[in-house]
Design a protein around this ligand. Structure first.
Ligand SMILES: [Zn+2]
Length: 149
């Protein structure tokens, strides 16, 4: 069966899982840092126990995450779900296999190289035309962010 060929070996899946969990911990650690800052040093310790944090804590932390981190966290969560479903290496666009080496470099990817390149070309066009606007907007958001607390 094709499925058999596409599916990663258990030890490869485990390797990707570790990378994803590491990435998740890192994001949550960053988030809990700003969380702690605002709560004057209350010990959240979400770093090592990231997956034991309750849903409620998690939501609270989510609010603290910057947009960029939140997006990355969502990607990591999605990749973990894809991993559990045995489809971590199945391209979202063409359903072809994503190379293991590519997954190692970028475990949150959902696209094979060919589809990714296609999308990047499309994205570059969009970024080019809106670059000045978004960078100005981003500075504005940064400013209001720091004054929030
Ligand atoms: Zn593809």
């Amino acid at each position: 069966m094709n499925d058999e060929l596409h599916r990663l070996k258990p030890e490869q899946e485990e390797q990707i899982r570790q990378l994803l969990l590491q990435q998740k911990e890192e994001i949550l650690r960053n988030a809990s840092q700003s969380f702690n800052d605002s709560l004057m040093g209350r010990d959240m310790d979400v770093g090592d126990n990231a997956d034991m944090a309750t849903q409620e804590e998690f939501i609270a932390i989510e609010y603290r995450l910057r947009d960029r981190e939140l997006k990355l966290l969502k990607k990591v969560e999605k990749a973990l779900r894809r991993l559990e479903a045995g489809e971590i290496n199945v391209c979202e666009d063409c359903e072809g296999p994503i190379g293991f080496k590519r997954l190692l470099r970028r475990p949150v990817t959902t696209l094979c190289v060919a589809c990714k390149e296609l999308r990047e070309r499309e994205e570059r066009v969009m970024v080019d035309t809106s670059h000045d606007f978004t960078s100005g907007l981003y500075r504005g958001l940064e400013a209001s962010d720091s004054g929030e607390d």
